[in-house]
Design a protein around this ligand. Structure first.
Ligand code: NAD
Ligand code: FES
Length: 270
């Protein structure tokens, strides 16, 4: 059993948990994820490890379906049934002089450990961070500490520029040069943002989160097509070069469970 050391409500949809897991925390590198089960008979939830220290890991989750709502019912001082990890490929962090990071909504959580690792290597990072409104911008102060410039946008204009991350990107890419872009958020945002950076021949990486079950390359659920070849996000990723990713197929498959997620939120009154 794994103790919840801290729980923080970041906004009505997103929460943070710090969990005591010394073995996992010691072996975690940027890009790794873990799978947790809230209770013995719970579904497995894959989540990026956002921060780790000597004894604990920090996760950030969006209350989207039954399992994340079940996790959200746990409180500080209570226990998670089990955690497995680190899973996935640790990210290769090489020096790049100027990096454009782009975070969409809760995608700011998996992006953070990567940006921190690039910053530790001395890279200069500009960040565009977007969310539906001011309340849904997460990790803003953490990013402001490590990035050269943070460009904020919200869909409703409640903070920063009104509009999607792509409108800020278009302007920035006209006047600035970057060697690498890392984009994490909803699939449609990663697809549209990657088109803009690729137009400028900037090496572009994204993080994919298709439905996962075992997290070890056995079930095939997390299949991703890249240049017509199959990869598994759980063992070959979750980070991939954006070149050749079939985003439309991923978007189609992600919509399979939209109705179930909606019904579940209705049942639980969320
Ligand atoms: P959201 O729907 O509120 O979107 C966040 C931002 O993405 C928007 O504010 C906007 O700037 C940008 N965006 C949205 N649609 C766009 C479009 N058509 N073109 C360009 N930019 C667009 O985000 P949310 O509700 O926080 O995120 C939920 C989604 O993110 C879920 O589908 C979840 O699966 C996914 N997610 C992905 C990862 C990952 O590793 N890739 C991690 C966590 C969550
Ligand atoms: Fe089963 Fe990746 S989650 S193969």
């Amino acid at each position: 059993m794994y103790k919840i050391l801290k729980k923080e409500i970041l906004n009505p949809d997103v929460e943070l948990m710090k969990i005591e897991a010394p073995l996992l925390s010691k072996n975690t590198k940027a890009g790794h994820f873990m799978i947790l089960r809230t209770n013995k008979d719970s579904e497995r939830i894959p989540l990026t490890i956002v921060k780790n220290d000597e004894r604990s890991i920090t996760i950030i989750y969006q209350k989207l379906g039954f399992s994340t709502l079940e996790l959200s019912q746990k409180n500080q001082g209570e226990y998670i049934e089990d955690v497995v990890g680190p899973l996935g490929k640790a990210k290769t962090i090489n020096y790049h002089q100027r990096i454009l990071a782009v975070a969409g909504g809760v995608g700011a959580a998996p992006l953070y450990p990567q940006i921190k690792a690039y910053k530790d290597l001395g890279c200069q990072i500009d960040l565009i961070i977007g969310a539906k409104d001011k309340e849904h911008l997460i990790l803003l102060s953490e990013y402001q500490e490590i990035c050269n410039h943070v460009y904020i946008c919200t869909d409703d204009g409640s903070l920063g520029r009104k509009g999607f991350v792509t409108s800020v990107m278009k302007d920035l890419l006209e006047k600035e040069h970057y060697d690498l872009s890392i984009i994490i958020g909803p699939l449609i945002m990663m697809k549209n943002s990657a088109l803009l950076t690729q137009e400028k021949n900037i090496e572009t990486e994204v993080s994919l989160n298709p439905i996962m079950i075992d997290g070890t390359g056995m079930c095939g659920n997390c299949r991703v097509s890249i240049h017509g070849k199959n990869y598994f996000a759980c063992v070959d990723g979750p980070d991939f070069n954006a070149d050749g990713i079939d985003f439309d197929e991923l978007i189609h498959r992600q919509n399979y469970y939209k109705n179930e997620e909606h019904q579940c939120r209705m049942k639980l009154g969320n």
